[in-house]
Design a protein around this ligand. Sequence first.
Ligand code: SF4
Length: 193
Amino acid sequence: MNRPTFRSPWQKRGFVALIGLLRLMMRPFGGAEDWFIERLVAANNRRVMDPLAGNTPQKVLLIMPRCVKKTGCRVDVQNSVSECLTCMGCPLGDVATLCQKHGLQALVAFRSHIAFDMARREQPDVIVASACHDRMIKALRSMPEYPALLAPLAGMDRMCVNATLDLAWLGRQLAAMAPVSKQAAAAQAAVGR
Ligand code: SF4
């Protein structure tokens, strides 16, 4: 697909400054800031999904935090998650399976500056990212010109260790963007037999 120009309020400095101020004001009130960020992310995701309707993206850049990868795994998954398909040792195995099912190329970037470089180089049709609340805002601020679907992490063993993803959410996004054709589903079923 030819990616249409993506318009977002995050491209405006005044909006970014206002959001920063509102977050500061909410910070003393328990989970108010996280709640606010989740509302901003939901609005962003709606903006991203609308132009994608009927336009199947060919290239998806997945941005996952490094702590999703199993502690101790030495496989370089940045250019290919093919080894994850047979390993299935952490949530990246499920991500690889989902992308294969939907015929999408998965590029994985763990660090934000690598993700930004990758996005500029690869020009993905859409970015799908999972991150902690603060990092989701950083993504919206840093790459406002790219359509990026975002979701908070589902949990982690302890701070920045063995994080888990909302795989049901990811599956729904990929299914909405790249429905599996009946022929592809039949072919996959035949391989799985
Ligand atoms: S699925 Fe396996 S190979 Fe892939 S990142 Fe996780 S542990 Fe490493």
